[in-house]
Design a protein around this ligand. Sequence first.
Ligand SMILES: Cc1cc2nc3c(=O)[nH]c(=O)nc-3n(C[C@H](O)[C@H](O)[C@H](O)COP(=O)(O)OP(=O)(O)OC[C@H]3O[C@@H](n4cnc5c(N)ncnc54)[C@H](O)[C@@H]3O)c2cc1C
Length: 333
Amino acid sequence: MKRKIVVIGGGIVGCLTTMALHKNGAQVTLIERAELGAESSWAGGGVLLPLLPWDYTEPVNQLAIRGAAHYPALSEELTAATGINPEYTVSGLRILAPFNKNAAQQWCAQHKIEFALENDTLWLPHVAQVRNPRLMQALKCWLEMNQIPVIKAEISPITPNQNRVSQLRTSQGATLSCEDVVVTAGAWSQTILGDYSLDIALKPMRGQMLLYQQPVGLLREILYCDDFYLIPRRDGHILAGSTVEDMGFDKTTTKTAAEALHQKASKLLPALEECSAIQHWSGLRPGSPDNIPVIQRHPQLENVWLNTGHFRYGVTMAPAAAEDLVQLLLEKI
Ligand SMILES: Cc1cc2nc3c(=O)[nH]c(=O)nc-3n(C[C@H](O)[C@H](O)[C@H](O)COP(=O)(O)OP(=O)(O)OC[C@H]3O[C@@H](n4cnc5c(N)ncnc54)[C@H](O)[C@@H]3O)c2cc1C
């Protein structure tokens, strides 16, 4: 008998967890309250390495490095199967001063990441990116092609019986039975856990981003300086981001942030000074202490599993996080 598993939340983490469970023989249903991949996973930059990785702990880096390593094959698989190319691109990352040169060199050597110190910059030639909306569209299409049920419903806070959740309720009052539940609802994961929310400070962290349209090739590498970056896409779009704001579930974009981002963008790439951004958006990252996600069985509920809290690097980490969760859930380790 196939294991029946319900995954709640269809961002990058939920979609990749669903894909991995399906490939491992589970009977999986994905529940998403709106469109698949329309929240943080759509809003992000898609850079596949933590910015200044030496500032993060080893668990964050390990998960990110393992996750990033999946993208060439994943991108090829999705493109071949769906015809939608997530535009996995090795564009390299250039980090401008100030940064801790010693820590950077040591970290690169320790993690076998090729680097060059050029003038006052650190050049990481193998850092790659994906284009979030395309990645999410390709995943949506892949799930459809593999006939994985995707139900559009908002799940209400769970109400366990003893230490199990055997029924999920939707905000419309419908019920859905389940054997195992995986919570991948990003910034909203604690809300779904309700009274069983974790003793960990998971919270939404708003990120605002600007988008410019420029001639193809104006910028070819990802540029980073002082917690701000520019990401060039293949078609000349340039993303400028981002803010990290603790504003609860407020997704409003602000004029102050737009002005600050534009000023930083113009400083880093003066050609942008006279240009207007063509789009300005925000997303809610699933914030967690030290950026360390929660990938585990719920400590009190035996059939509830958690894959959430990937904070600033969820796109990078998601393939490895999905792999780890599936291994735990299907008791492969
Ligand atoms: C501006 C910005 C820049 C970023 N840049 C990068 C980057 O360069 N590299 C990187 O790796 N990461 C980046 N990130 C972080 C990354 O985007 C997130 O870590 C990642 O998208 C989290 O994925 P998720 O699937 O957990 O959450 P989400 O994508 O937010 O998905 C959660 C889903 O759960 C659904 N949901 C919520 N509640 C319910 C409910 N009750 N019932 C049913 N469904 C529900 C939501 O509708 C949503 O679709 C960035 C994020 C932002 C905002």
